[in-house]
Structures are given as C-alpha cells and as structure tokens.
Ligand binder design. Structure first.
Ligand SMILES: Nc1ncnc2c1ncn2[C@@H]1O[C@H](COP(=O)(O)OP(=O)(O)OP(=O)(O)O)[C@@H](O)[C@H]1O
Length: 621
C-alpha cells in the first residue's frame, strides 16, 4: 500500500451521510429487531402504565380523606383510606420494578443482535468501503450508537407512551373534578406543542453532528494509539494532541449547544405549567371561598396537577433522547444499507464445480493454466474523475508453477494489481483467471483457499502465534505449521515465553517488524496454496535472514504459481521471470537478464549497484 493510499484513508474522517428522514421513520426501521421482544416491551409498558395510573389514584383518595375524615373530624374513618394509600404506593413501586426485570434481558439481546449484524456486515463489505470510512466512525456506530438504541428502547420509548397516557388520564381526571380549573391548566399545551416541534428539528441536527464528532474523535484516538511510535519518534505528539483538542473542543461546543437547546425547552416546559398551576390555585381558592368547590376537590385537583409534573417535565429529556436514538438508527442503517457491490457472480456454465479437488501446479499444465490477466483495467472508486485508470489493459500470463516478479516505479500500481487476485477489489474491465477459471466464478471461500497473500505491511491479530499463522490454513497439521515457520525462518517463535501459544499484542506490537513479516509469510505458505501473492515480503529482514528465507522460499515456490512484488534485486532473484509495470500496462516480460539486455526502462529501474548485485546473484542461482 502506497503512502498516498494511507493519506487518502486517514483523511476521510467523516463518513458519508444518508438523506435526512423523520425521527419516527428512522426509529421505525428498528422494528425487525424489536419484533422478537415486542411482548416483553408491551408487558413492560403495561406495568409502567398501571404503576403510573396507580399514582394518579392517590389524589382521589386524598380528596376523600380531606372531604371525609378531616372535614368531619373522624380519625376512625382515616385508617382504611391510609391503608389504601399504602397499597397504591407499594403497587406503584413494585410494578416499576417488574417493568425493569421484564425488559432488561430481552433488550440486551436486541443490542447483541444489532451489534452482531453490524459486525457481519462490516466483514462482508468490500475493501473499497473500508477505504472510504474512517475506522472511528465504524467503532462509534458499533458501540455508543447501539448503546443509545438499547437505552431508548428501555426508557424513552416506554415513557413516551406511558407519560402521554398518564398525562391524558390526569387531564381527564382534572376536567372531571372541575372543568374551569382544567382549562386553565391545559392552556399552555398549544405553545408547548409548537415549541417541541421547533426543538425537534434543531436538536436532531445537533445530535447528528455530535455523534459524527464522537466518531471523528475515536478515529484520532485510534490513530494516535496505533501510531504512537511514529508520533514519539518524530516528536509529533503535540501536533496530534492539538488535533485531538480541536476535535474535542468541537464536540464540547456541540454538546453545549445541545444542552442550551434542552435548557431553553426545559425552562418553558417547567415555567409555563408552573404559571398555569399558580393561576389554577388562585382561581380554586376563590371558588372554595365562594363555596362552589370543596377543599377536598381543590386538594385532589392540585395533587393531580403536581403528579403530572414529571410526565410533562420529562418531555424535553424524552424528546432529546429519542432524537439521539433516531440519529443512532440512521447511522446504523447507513452502514447496513451499503450495497455489498462485489457479490459473487453467478457461476458460469464452464465454471468448475466448487468442490472440485484443489488444483496443484503440477496438475495444471494446460495453456490456460496458472494466473492470467486479460485486458484488466482498474480505477479506485474515489479516484478523481479526470484521472486515467490506474491499470489500463494488463495482459500477463504466469504459467503453472512459475514465479513471476512484478516490478515497477513506486505508485505504479503493483500492490493494486496483486489485490485483484484475491478479489480485495474487482477489476473494472477485463478478466483474471486461475487455471482457466474466471475468479468471479469462484465462490469467495474457494478463491481464498486457492490464493494466499502476504502484504508488505504485516497485520497480526490479538491472538497466539499459532492462531495467527493458522489463519492461512485452519486445517494445517503440526508438521505443516512447523514447515511454514521454518520457511519463514520464524524459529524465534519457539523461544517466546509460551512458544507458539504466546499472545502477540494488538497488531503484533510486541514483535519487531521483521518478526511480524516472517509470521505473515508463514501465514501465507502454511496452507500450501496453489497460488501465492507476496507483496515485497522480505523488505524488513536483515540480509542474512533474507538469504535464509529466500532459499527456503524457493523450495515452496516450486510447488506454487506465484506473483511476487519486488523492490529489491534479491527478491527479483526468487522469480523465474519478471514483468515490468509502467503506465498502467505490462511494458515488458522476460527473465531478469533478458530485460536487462532489451529494456531500457527496466535497466533504469534496476540501475547502478542494484543491477550489479542482481547480475551477481543470478549467476549463483
Ligand atoms: N485505496 C485506495 N484508494 C484510492 N487510491 C489508491 C488506493 N490505494 C492506492 N491508491 C492509488 O493507486 C496508486 C498505486 O498504488 P499502489 O499501492 O498499487 O502502488 P505500488 O506500485 O504498489 O507502490 P509502492 O511500490 O510504493 O508500494 C497510488 O498512487 C495511489 O494514489
């Protein structure tokens, strides 16, 4: 992978965003995931609803107490009513507890399913998708966004329903107690509704910005952690810290904007009903003084109004959280809706059966055998529109059992060409065949069995040495594993504290570059692949180890058809023939000596000391 490619990748810190849809529509898209737990959700909502309504009965009991035992000075009649209050309180508390128990486990399951689907989708999406999306954006979608969705299903969704129902029931009770006082209290509803809809539009824009900024921040943190050595070595940690601070500052501003919006809404949501309550209190007192209302009814009315404070005041928080959940849902489905463009094509009529025995170099000596690129063109999806294709008609045949070195100037497209073979990218025109079969006709798993790859940048996973190597051939036995480690001169692994069971840290950070490269090479050869792609696999090795690996690798290459990207003459020497890539085409092929004799561009590429060393080396092969 060239430096330019890295820059392109890391620069795309903000993921493409989808068209805006309403919060309700965004949330409704979650229905397929919620459907399996709908009865738990309904049960939980019902429990909360009954609990809330039990709370609303309290003012009615209070009215009886005030107009009965209190007005008539009859303490004896108080006990049954006090008992009833106690039962109502206990029922309310108990039912809210039941609600939580009912919903906790099913919703954890929903979150797990969402996360599992997102992860599977990320695995299926083509490499070009990952080139475009910053990893922090994907990380934040898989973690904080899904957490937001679970919390929304557990609280705001339930309480939006419960609080609305409680509010309507409470208003009905207040109107039945005294319609004039009821009217005074519901008057602020109209401006509140208008305010809420204005709030929704503004808040959802801020919520989207904040969640995207969290993703950008995660990208900066991830890059800083992975690139800590480079940052320290170049003394760039302050620059990165400044970038982090800037991003964190932007996020802080957005969060403050959200808080301000919420505070404004909150002030009105709390202030208006308080004013209405004060007015109702004055009016109620006048009515009691006039004898048109009993004291008990006024107490019941005011208690009901106070009981409705939480449903009304929580509205701001519920709306805000629902908006964040709608944004999280949008962000989740932006990934899920991305087409997996590079679907396996329908097998062609002349395609071999997928369970055909694994071809070997010896068994495939037909003229069509080996690897053939025919008229292959390729351009990256995000390449500038006015730029020419990177590969502009590649015609190259690597015969069965042959090792072909691919050389070319830096940035000429060597890595890109090798990436077409395991279909990390698909050619935009032309065809690549393996033993005569178009690679698009091979199921992915079959293709990956046939072709093994070792990249210049060796990536290791947080797993044992054994697991890392066996990724290249899960069925390989102990001898095959030992052979692969010997080929890659990776006997250092046996001296690690736990031998092959030693965990190598994230990205193999605890190993040296050369050690990682050797493990990546062992991974490529462990499955005895029919076709091998090596992208400058020995670049990090010292001269002595390189010579040892080369001599062992020659024995492996005899049995496979291989394409080896070569920057160094010593790597060219591994090959039977060399292909020169220039201007998006194969400019020349031949043995190293033939090209040196006949191709000035090749001579130039291998000029000076390099050519001399190669010539020397070729005589010793
Ligand atoms: N993922 C990508 N998206 C867009 N453009 C890319 C991507 N990867 C590479 N490129 C572009 O393709 C060109 C060829 O890159 P490639 O890595 O194939 O070259 P190379 O010949 O292997 O270079 P080197 O010898 O330096 O490794 C680069 O100039 C780069 O601009």
């Amino acid at each position: 992978m060239s430096e330019t490619a890295f820059t392109a990748q890391s620069a795309s810190t903000t993921a493409p965003s989808a068209p805006k849809r309403s919060a309700v529509r965004s949330l409704l898209r979650l229905w397929p995931y919620v459907r399996p737990v709908r009865w738990f959700l309904a049960g939980s909502t019902a429990a909360a609803l009954v609990a809330s309504c039990a709370g609303l009965l309290v003012p009615l009991v209070l009215r009886r107490i005030v107009d009965g035992p209190v007005a008539h000075r009859d303490p004896g009649a108080l006990w049954p009513l006090a008992g009833l209050l106690l039962v109502l309180g206990l029922a309310e508390a108990g039912l809210f507890g039941v609600r939580r128990v009912l919903i906790a486990r099913p919703l954890a399951g929903v979150e797990r399913t969402l996360r599992g689907d997102l992860y599977a989708k990320l695995q299926r999406l083509p490499v070009s998708f990952h080139d475009r999306w910053a990893s922090g954006q994907l990380l934040s979608r898989a973690t904080s966004d899904l957490f937001t969705l679970r919390l929304f299903l557990a609280f705001p969704l339930v309480f939006l329903i419960v609080n609305t129902a409680t509010f309507l029931t409470g208003v009905a009770i207040m109107f039945s107690l005294d319609w004039r006082l009821g009217l005074v209290l519901v008057l602020p509803a109209a401006p509140l509704i208008l305010l809420c809809s204005a709030f929704e539009a503004r808040y959802s824009a801020a919520a989207r910005r904040a969640q995207d900024q969290v993703g950008d921040l995660a990208t900066v943190i991830e890059e800083s952690v992975l690139g800590i050595r480079i940052l320290k070595a170049f003394g760039r940690h302050r620059t990165m810290a400044r970038r982090f601070r800037d991003q964190a500052e932007q996020l802080r501003s957005t969060e403050l904007r959200k808080a301000r919006l919420l505070a404004d809404l909150w002030a009105v949501i709390v202030g208006l009903p308080e004013l209405a309550l004060g007015a109702a209190l004055c009016l109620g007192c006048i009515q009691v003084a006039d004898g048109r209302l009993t004291a008990g009814t006024l107490v019941a009315f005011l208690s009901t109004a106070l009981a409705l404070r939480w449903p009304v005041e929580s509205l701001g928080w519920l709306l805000a959280y629902s908006n964040e959940a709608a944004t999280a849902s949008d962000r989740f489905f932006e990934v899920m809706d991305t087409p997996e463009a590079e679907q396996p094509a329908a097998p062609r009529r002349d395609a071999p059966p997928t369970d055909a025995p694994r071809p070997t170099a010896a068994a495939t000596a037909s003229p069509d055998g080996g690897i053939r690129f025919s008229g292959v063109r390729f351009r990256y999806p995000d390449a500038p529109a006015d730029s020419p294709d990177l590969l502009r008609g590649i015609d190259l045949h690597i015969r069965p059992g042959e090792t072909m070195a691919l050389v070319g100037a830096t940035g000429s497209g060597k890595t890109t060409l090798t990436a077409l073979l395991p279909r990390l990218y698909d050619a935009t025109a032309g065809a690549v065949t393996l033993d005569g079969t178009d690679i698009r006709d091979l199921p992915r798993h079959r293709l990956r069995e046939l072709v093994a790859v070792a990249f210049e940048e060796p990536t290791l996973f947080s797993a044992s040495v054994r697991e890392n190597v066996l990724m290249g051939g899960p069925d390989a036995d102990r001898q095959a594993l030992d052979r692969a480690l010997d080929t890659a001169q990776a006997d250092f692994t046996r001296r690690l504290p736990d031998g092959l069971d030693t965990q190598v840290g994230e990205q193999g950070l605890s190993l040296s570059g050369g050690q990682r490269q050797r493990l990546a090479l062992a991974r490529a050869v462990v499955g005895s692949p029919a076709f091998l792609v090596l992208d400058d696999p020995l670049s990090a090795l010292d001269v002595h180890t390189e010579a040892l690996v080369e001599s062992a690798l020659r024995r492996v290459l005899v049995g496979t058809t291989a394409l080896v990207v070569a920057h160094r003459p010593s790597t060219v020497l591994l090959a039977d023939r060399v292909a020169l890539l220039a201007d998006g085409r194969i400019a020349a092929t031949g043995t190293h000596q033939e090209l040196l004799d006949s191709c000035p561009a090749y001579r130039e590429l291998m000029s000076g000391e390099v050519a001399g060393r190669v010539r020397e080396g070729s005589t010793t092969r």
